[in-house]
Design a protein around this ligand. Sequence first.
Ligand SMILES: [Zn+2]
Length: 298
Amino acid sequence: MSVHHNQLTRFMFDDKPVRGLHIGLDSVWQHILAHKSYPAAIRSALGELTAAAVLLAANLKFDGSLTLQVQGRGVLKMLVAEATAAGTCRATARWDEQAVVDEDTGLAELLGEGGMFVLTLQTDNGEPWQGVVPLEGGSVAEMLMGYMARSEQLDTHISLAADAHTAAGLLLQRLPEEAIEADAWQETVALADTVQAAELTDVDAHTLLYRLFHQTPPRVFEPQSIEFACTCSRGKVSDMLLLLGGEEVGSAVAEQGSIEINCDFCHQRYVFDEMEINALFGADVVSPFVSGSPNGLQ
Ligand SMILES: [Zn+2]
């Protein structure tokens, strides 16, 4: 079932200062899911976070990326979803893969005590900006709305849903520069709130918007395509190995013959053999650890 075609759709109401965005990821979402077998509860939360990242990145006023990260100490250790202003996204999760996760387990229970939510904004050529707050709310949407209510002046309403095929979301935002009667905003939110998870995942943007707001349907703009893209590279992996240091990397290569790093987002394999590692560090960091040498490690 592919009704969305990975499209991001902007809309605006002519009769009130409210704008909105709809995202429906299908093949992009399926691509993200392809390499790991996510328990359904974790898959849902990750899909919701991915849809949310795309919605929020669409409002960025600079060239760069927005990353939403949820950290926990329960079965679920981390969800991370990143989206760029240029229309790409990637996402991954870490969890206790030995654990049996019930399909109905809520986000709060998955994360356990002391969960944190981290939002990072990164311009293409500048320092990152990061906001960190304790996790509140029973769903990704509640968590985000709580965060935005604390940190932003703009009223924002978000609905999210995800299953094995689709990750989708709807965002409403009150325009800052214009006055709106509180009732008109509340009414629009109340209409958006009637959306069912299955409608978000299974109904195309136009039909959904008409269904929700049929008395005063919004103006709908040309959609933008969202693509999967990973920003990993051999150069970035090299930088990471340099940070780990010659001792740790050299001993690993001496033991295994090479070192292999897999990207968590796109599952690209990066393999470095002894020669490449020595070239990277500009010194022979492997030999001291080869078995039989004076301080050799097994
Ligand atoms: Zn990658």
